[in-house]
Write a protein that binds this ligand. Structure first.
Ligand code: KDG
Length: 338
Protein backbone atom coordinates (compact mmCIF):
# COMPACT_ATOMS: atom_id res chain seq x y z
CA UNK A 1 0.00 0.00 0.00
CA UNK A 2 2.79 2.38 1.05
CA UNK A 3 4.64 1.77 -2.25
CA UNK A 4 1.48 2.45 -4.27
CA UNK A 5 1.01 5.76 -2.50
CA UNK A 6 4.66 6.63 -3.16
CA UNK A 7 4.25 5.77 -6.85
CA UNK A 8 1.08 7.85 -7.10
CA UNK A 9 2.84 10.76 -5.46
CA UNK A 10 5.77 10.47 -7.88
CA UNK A 11 3.43 10.18 -10.89
CA UNK A 12 1.54 13.31 -9.76
CA UNK A 13 4.77 15.29 -9.31
CA UNK A 14 5.89 14.26 -12.81
CA UNK A 15 2.53 15.39 -14.28
CA UNK A 16 2.82 18.75 -12.46
CA UNK A 17 6.46 19.15 -13.53
CA UNK A 18 5.43 18.45 -17.13
CA UNK A 19 2.76 21.17 -16.79
CA UNK A 20 0.06 18.60 -17.44
CA UNK A 21 -1.56 19.18 -14.05
CA UNK A 22 -1.95 22.42 -12.08
CA UNK A 23 -0.56 22.18 -8.60
CA UNK A 24 -2.86 23.52 -5.91
CA UNK A 25 -1.35 26.81 -4.69
CA UNK A 26 0.65 26.20 -1.51
CA UNK A 27 -1.62 26.39 1.52
CA UNK A 28 -4.82 26.74 -0.59
CA UNK A 29 -7.79 25.44 1.37
CA UNK A 30 -9.96 22.89 -0.42
CA UNK A 31 -13.26 24.28 -1.79
CA UNK A 32 -16.12 23.22 0.49
CA UNK A 33 -19.49 22.53 -1.16
CA UNK A 34 -22.63 23.60 0.71
CA UNK A 35 -25.96 22.10 -0.47
CA UNK A 36 -29.28 23.99 -0.11
CA UNK A 37 -32.67 22.49 -0.97
CA UNK A 38 -36.17 24.01 -1.31
CA UNK A 39 -39.60 22.85 -2.49
CA UNK A 40 -40.43 25.79 -4.78
CA UNK A 41 -39.13 26.03 -8.36
CA UNK A 42 -36.26 27.96 -9.98
CA UNK A 43 -38.54 30.88 -10.94
CA UNK A 44 -39.59 31.46 -7.32
CA UNK A 45 -38.38 34.47 -5.30
CA UNK A 46 -37.22 31.90 -2.74
CA UNK A 47 -34.82 30.37 -5.30
CA UNK A 48 -33.69 33.86 -6.38
CA UNK A 49 -32.95 34.54 -2.72
CA UNK A 50 -30.79 31.42 -2.66
CA UNK A 51 -28.96 32.62 -5.79
CA UNK A 52 -28.22 35.89 -3.97
CA UNK A 53 -26.97 33.91 -0.94
CA UNK A 54 -24.76 31.79 -3.25
CA UNK A 55 -23.31 34.93 -4.89
CA UNK A 56 -22.55 36.54 -1.52
CA UNK A 57 -20.98 33.46 0.09
CA UNK A 58 -18.84 32.47 -2.93
CA UNK A 59 -17.60 36.07 -3.33
CA UNK A 60 -16.98 36.72 0.39
CA UNK A 61 -15.16 33.39 0.85
CA UNK A 62 -13.10 33.99 -2.32
CA UNK A 63 -14.19 30.61 -3.62
CA UNK A 64 -13.50 28.63 -0.43
CA UNK A 65 -17.22 27.83 -0.41
CA UNK A 66 -19.31 26.65 -3.37
CA UNK A 67 -23.11 26.66 -2.87
CA UNK A 68 -25.13 24.04 -4.81
CA UNK A 69 -28.89 24.70 -5.06
CA UNK A 70 -31.66 22.10 -5.41
CA UNK A 71 -35.25 23.27 -6.18
CA UNK A 72 -38.55 21.44 -6.78
CA UNK A 73 -38.18 19.24 -3.68
CA UNK A 74 -35.37 17.26 -5.43
CA UNK A 75 -33.99 16.57 -1.92
CA UNK A 76 -37.46 15.96 -0.42
CA UNK A 77 -40.19 18.20 1.02
CA UNK A 78 -39.79 20.55 3.97
CA UNK A 79 -40.12 17.92 6.71
CA UNK A 80 -37.75 15.50 4.92
CA UNK A 81 -35.10 18.18 4.34
CA UNK A 82 -35.29 19.28 8.00
CA UNK A 83 -34.66 15.64 8.97
CA UNK A 84 -31.61 15.66 6.66
CA UNK A 85 -30.30 18.80 8.38
CA UNK A 86 -30.73 17.20 11.79
CA UNK A 87 -28.90 14.09 10.54
CA UNK A 88 -26.06 16.20 9.13
CA UNK A 89 -26.57 14.94 5.55
CA UNK A 90 -27.71 18.29 4.13
CA UNK A 91 -26.41 21.78 5.02
CA UNK A 92 -29.40 24.07 4.34
CA UNK A 93 -33.09 24.33 3.61
CA UNK A 94 -35.74 27.05 3.91
CA UNK A 95 -39.12 25.60 4.99
CA UNK A 96 -42.32 27.38 5.91
CA UNK A 97 -42.70 27.65 9.68
CA UNK A 98 -45.76 25.35 9.53
CA UNK A 99 -43.85 22.03 9.42
CA UNK A 100 -41.45 23.23 12.17
CA UNK A 101 -44.39 22.82 14.57
CA UNK A 102 -43.76 19.09 14.12
CA UNK A 103 -40.45 19.64 15.95
CA UNK A 104 -41.66 22.17 18.50
CA UNK A 105 -45.33 23.03 18.99
CA UNK A 106 -44.64 26.62 20.03
CA UNK A 107 -44.01 27.36 16.30
CA UNK A 108 -47.77 26.95 15.69
CA UNK A 109 -48.12 30.55 16.88
CA UNK A 110 -47.03 31.74 13.40
CA UNK A 111 -49.77 29.70 11.74
CA UNK A 112 -52.73 31.33 13.45
CA UNK A 113 -55.30 32.69 10.99
CA UNK A 114 -55.27 36.44 10.38
CA UNK A 115 -52.35 36.90 12.84
CA UNK A 116 -50.32 39.63 11.09
CA UNK A 117 -52.20 42.62 9.57
CA UNK A 118 -49.50 43.31 6.95
CA UNK A 119 -45.89 42.54 5.93
CA UNK A 120 -44.45 45.55 7.77
CA UNK A 121 -45.76 44.30 11.13
CA UNK A 122 -44.65 40.76 10.30
CA UNK A 123 -41.09 41.96 9.56
CA UNK A 124 -40.90 43.92 12.83
CA UNK A 125 -42.05 40.96 14.95
CA UNK A 126 -40.00 38.29 13.11
CA UNK A 127 -36.82 40.41 13.03
CA UNK A 128 -37.31 41.57 16.64
CA UNK A 129 -36.68 39.82 19.97
CA UNK A 130 -39.70 37.53 19.62
CA UNK A 131 -38.56 36.06 16.31
CA UNK A 132 -34.94 35.84 17.50
CA UNK A 133 -36.07 33.90 20.59
CA UNK A 134 -37.71 31.38 18.28
CA UNK A 135 -34.64 31.09 16.03
CA UNK A 136 -32.45 30.65 19.13
CA UNK A 137 -34.59 27.67 20.22
CA UNK A 138 -33.77 25.64 17.09
CA UNK A 139 -30.25 24.39 18.00
CA UNK A 140 -31.95 22.14 20.60
CA UNK A 141 -33.46 20.36 17.57
CA UNK A 142 -30.19 20.13 15.62
CA UNK A 143 -30.90 23.20 13.49
CA UNK A 144 -29.36 26.70 13.28
CA UNK A 145 -32.13 29.21 12.47
CA UNK A 146 -30.26 31.87 10.50
CA UNK A 147 -33.00 34.26 9.36
CA UNK A 148 -36.67 34.66 8.47
CA UNK A 149 -37.47 34.90 4.77
CA UNK A 150 -40.97 35.31 3.34
CA UNK A 151 -43.40 32.84 1.85
CA UNK A 152 -46.19 35.38 2.24
CA UNK A 153 -49.90 35.83 2.75
CA UNK A 154 -51.71 32.69 1.67
CA UNK A 155 -54.64 32.68 -0.78
CA UNK A 156 -57.17 29.97 -1.56
CA UNK A 157 -57.56 28.29 -4.97
CA UNK A 158 -60.14 25.67 -5.97
CA UNK A 159 -61.73 24.07 -9.02
CA UNK A 160 -65.37 24.05 -7.89
CA UNK A 161 -66.87 27.31 -6.67
CA UNK A 162 -66.19 31.00 -6.23
CA UNK A 163 -65.48 31.40 -2.50
CA UNK A 164 -66.79 34.69 -1.07
CA UNK A 165 -67.85 33.47 2.38
CA UNK A 166 -67.02 30.58 4.77
CA UNK A 167 -70.27 28.90 3.70
CA UNK A 168 -68.85 28.54 0.15
CA UNK A 169 -66.07 26.32 1.55
CA UNK A 170 -68.52 23.68 2.80
CA UNK A 171 -67.23 20.18 1.98
CA UNK A 172 -64.41 21.39 -0.29
CA UNK A 173 -61.37 19.07 -0.11
CA UNK A 174 -58.53 21.52 0.54
CA UNK A 175 -54.84 20.56 0.78
CA UNK A 176 -53.15 22.19 3.74
CA UNK A 177 -49.59 22.08 5.06
CA UNK A 178 -48.90 19.43 7.68
CA UNK A 179 -49.83 21.62 10.63
CA UNK A 180 -52.64 21.18 13.21
CA UNK A 181 -53.59 24.89 13.19
CA UNK A 182 -54.03 24.91 9.40
CA UNK A 183 -56.15 21.74 9.58
CA UNK A 184 -58.32 23.10 12.41
CA UNK A 185 -58.79 26.44 10.63
CA UNK A 186 -60.15 24.89 7.44
CA UNK A 187 -62.29 22.41 9.40
CA UNK A 188 -63.78 25.34 11.32
CA UNK A 189 -64.50 27.08 8.01
CA UNK A 190 -66.51 24.03 6.91
CA UNK A 191 -63.98 22.58 4.46
CA UNK A 192 -62.57 19.06 4.40
CA UNK A 193 -58.80 19.69 4.86
CA UNK A 194 -56.10 17.18 3.77
CA UNK A 195 -52.45 17.60 4.85
CA UNK A 196 -50.03 16.83 1.98
CA UNK A 197 -46.40 17.54 1.05
CA UNK A 198 -45.97 20.52 -1.30
CA UNK A 199 -44.59 18.47 -4.20
CA UNK A 200 -47.78 16.36 -4.44
CA UNK A 201 -50.20 19.30 -4.82
CA UNK A 202 -50.26 19.69 -8.62
CA UNK A 203 -50.91 16.00 -9.36
CA UNK A 204 -53.58 15.81 -6.63
CA UNK A 205 -55.34 18.84 -8.14
CA UNK A 206 -55.13 17.48 -11.70
CA UNK A 207 -56.36 14.05 -10.58
CA UNK A 208 -59.14 15.82 -8.60
CA UNK A 209 -58.34 13.93 -5.40
CA UNK A 210 -58.49 17.42 -3.85
CA UNK A 211 -60.60 20.40 -4.91
CA UNK A 212 -58.20 23.14 -3.85
CA UNK A 213 -55.16 24.30 -1.92
CA UNK A 214 -53.79 27.49 -0.43
CA UNK A 215 -50.46 29.22 -1.03
CA UNK A 216 -49.22 32.76 -1.72
CA UNK A 217 -50.26 34.03 -5.19
CA UNK A 218 -46.72 33.95 -6.56
CA UNK A 219 -46.49 30.23 -5.73
CA UNK A 220 -49.98 29.59 -7.13
CA UNK A 221 -48.97 31.24 -10.41
CA UNK A 222 -45.45 29.81 -10.74
CA UNK A 223 -46.67 26.28 -9.96
CA UNK A 224 -49.18 26.76 -12.84
CA UNK A 225 -52.16 25.89 -10.61
CA UNK A 226 -54.25 27.98 -13.04
CA UNK A 227 -54.07 24.95 -15.37
CA UNK A 228 -56.11 22.89 -12.87
CA UNK A 229 -57.91 25.52 -10.77
CA UNK A 230 -60.74 27.86 -11.78
CA UNK A 231 -61.05 30.16 -8.75
CA UNK A 232 -58.75 32.01 -6.37
CA UNK A 233 -59.90 34.05 -3.37
CA UNK A 234 -57.47 36.64 -2.03
CA UNK A 235 -58.23 35.80 1.60
CA UNK A 236 -54.81 36.47 3.24
CA UNK A 237 -55.91 33.88 5.79
CA UNK A 238 -52.37 32.96 6.99
CA UNK A 239 -49.04 34.80 6.80
CA UNK A 240 -46.34 32.18 6.17
CA UNK A 241 -42.71 32.98 7.12
CA UNK A 242 -39.81 30.88 5.81
CA UNK A 243 -36.88 30.01 8.10
CA UNK A 244 -33.51 29.83 6.33
CA UNK A 245 -31.73 27.19 8.37
CA UNK A 246 -28.42 25.27 8.61
CA UNK A 247 -27.63 21.82 9.97
CA UNK A 248 -26.19 22.26 13.50
CA UNK A 249 -24.00 19.17 13.05
CA UNK A 250 -22.41 20.73 9.94
CA UNK A 251 -22.46 24.30 11.32
CA UNK A 252 -20.37 23.18 14.27
CA UNK A 253 -17.61 22.06 11.88
CA UNK A 254 -17.23 25.63 10.57
CA UNK A 255 -14.87 28.27 12.00
CA UNK A 256 -16.46 31.21 13.86
CA UNK A 257 -15.41 33.45 10.96
CA UNK A 258 -17.14 31.24 8.38
CA UNK A 259 -20.25 30.97 10.55
CA UNK A 260 -20.36 34.79 10.69
CA UNK A 261 -19.83 35.01 6.91
CA UNK A 262 -22.70 32.59 6.20
CA UNK A 263 -25.03 34.22 8.74
CA UNK A 264 -24.40 37.69 7.28
CA UNK A 265 -25.14 36.41 3.75
CA UNK A 266 -28.32 34.64 5.00
CA UNK A 267 -29.66 37.89 6.44
CA UNK A 268 -28.75 40.02 3.40
CA UNK A 269 -30.25 37.46 1.01
CA UNK A 270 -33.37 37.33 3.20
CA UNK A 271 -33.96 41.08 2.92
CA UNK A 272 -33.52 40.80 -0.86
CA UNK A 273 -35.88 37.81 -1.06
CA UNK A 274 -38.65 39.56 0.89
CA UNK A 275 -38.38 42.58 -1.45
CA UNK A 276 -38.65 40.60 -4.68
CA UNK A 277 -41.35 38.34 -3.18
CA UNK A 278 -43.60 41.36 -2.59
CA UNK A 279 -42.85 42.77 -6.03
CA UNK A 280 -44.09 39.58 -7.74
CA UNK A 281 -47.46 39.14 -5.98
CA UNK A 282 -49.36 41.66 -8.12
CA UNK A 283 -48.09 40.28 -11.42
CA UNK A 284 -48.87 36.73 -10.25
CA UNK A 285 -52.53 37.63 -9.62
CA UNK A 286 -52.68 39.36 -13.02
CA UNK A 287 -51.13 36.27 -14.63
CA UNK A 288 -53.72 33.95 -13.10
CA UNK A 289 -56.55 36.27 -14.18
CA UNK A 290 -55.08 36.37 -17.72
CA UNK A 291 -54.93 32.57 -17.69
CA UNK A 292 -58.69 32.53 -17.10
CA UNK A 293 -59.01 32.13 -13.33
CA UNK A 294 -61.78 34.01 -11.49
CA UNK A 295 -59.99 36.20 -8.92
CA UNK A 296 -62.19 37.09 -5.94
CA UNK A 297 -61.13 40.21 -4.04
CA UNK A 298 -63.10 40.13 -0.77
CA UNK A 299 -64.87 43.26 0.46
CA UNK A 300 -63.98 44.30 4.06
CA UNK A 301 -67.28 42.80 5.22
CA UNK A 302 -66.62 39.49 3.40
CA UNK A 303 -63.07 39.37 4.85
CA UNK A 304 -64.43 40.08 8.35
CA UNK A 305 -66.72 37.03 8.07
CA UNK A 306 -63.62 34.77 7.67
CA UNK A 307 -61.86 36.51 10.57
CA UNK A 308 -64.90 36.13 12.84
CA UNK A 309 -65.37 32.46 11.85
CA UNK A 310 -61.80 31.61 12.95
CA UNK A 311 -61.43 33.81 16.04
CA UNK A 312 -61.49 30.81 18.46
CA UNK A 313 -58.61 28.92 16.80
CA UNK A 314 -55.96 30.66 18.95
CA UNK A 315 -57.75 29.55 22.14
CA UNK A 316 -57.91 25.95 20.90
CA UNK A 317 -54.09 25.81 20.57
CA UNK A 318 -53.08 28.12 23.42
CA UNK A 319 -51.90 25.20 25.58
CA UNK A 320 -49.90 23.59 22.74
CA UNK A 321 -48.06 26.74 21.68
CA UNK A 322 -47.71 28.13 25.24
CA UNK A 323 -50.06 30.78 26.59
CA UNK A 324 -47.04 33.02 27.30
CA UNK A 325 -45.89 32.75 23.66
CA UNK A 326 -49.36 33.59 22.37
CA UNK A 327 -49.64 36.56 24.75
CA UNK A 328 -46.14 37.76 23.80
CA UNK A 329 -46.68 37.70 20.04
CA UNK A 330 -50.03 39.47 20.30
CA UNK A 331 -48.34 42.19 22.40
CA UNK A 332 -45.47 42.46 19.87
CA UNK A 333 -47.98 42.75 17.01
CA UNK A 334 -49.94 45.46 18.83
CA UNK A 335 -46.69 47.38 19.46
CA UNK A 336 -45.49 46.97 15.85
CA UNK A 337 -48.85 48.04 14.43
CA UNK A 338 -48.83 51.41 16.27
O1 KDG B 1 -39.82 25.76 -0.62
C1 KDG B 1 -40.91 25.94 0.29
C2 KDG B 1 -41.92 24.84 0.08
O2 KDG B 1 -41.29 23.62 0.33
C3 KDG B 1 -43.16 24.96 0.98
O3 KDG B 1 -42.82 25.48 2.26
C4 KDG B 1 -44.16 25.85 0.33
O4 KDG B 1 -45.86 27.00 1.48
C5 KDG B 1 -45.49 25.91 1.06
C6 KDG B 1 -46.40 24.74 1.20
O5 KDG B 1 -47.61 24.97 1.05
O6 KDG B 1 -45.94 23.60 1.45
Amino acid sequence: MKNTLKMTGMALSLLVAAGLMAAAPAGAAETKTIKAGIGLNEQSPQYKGLLKFKELVEAESKGRFKVDLFANAQLGDDAKMMTSLRAGTLEMTCPSTAPIAGLDRKWMVFDLPFLFPNEEVADKVLDGPFGQKYLDSLPAHGIIGMSFWENGFRQLTNSKVEVKSPADLKGLKIRTMENPVHLATFKTLGANPTPMPFSEIFSALSEKTIDGQENPSTTNFLQKYYEVQKFTTLSNHFYSPFVFMYSKKLWDTLSKEDQALILKAAKEAGAYQRKINRETMGEAVAGMEKAGMTVTRLTPEQHRAFVDATKDIAGQFEKDMGADNLKAILEEIAKAAK
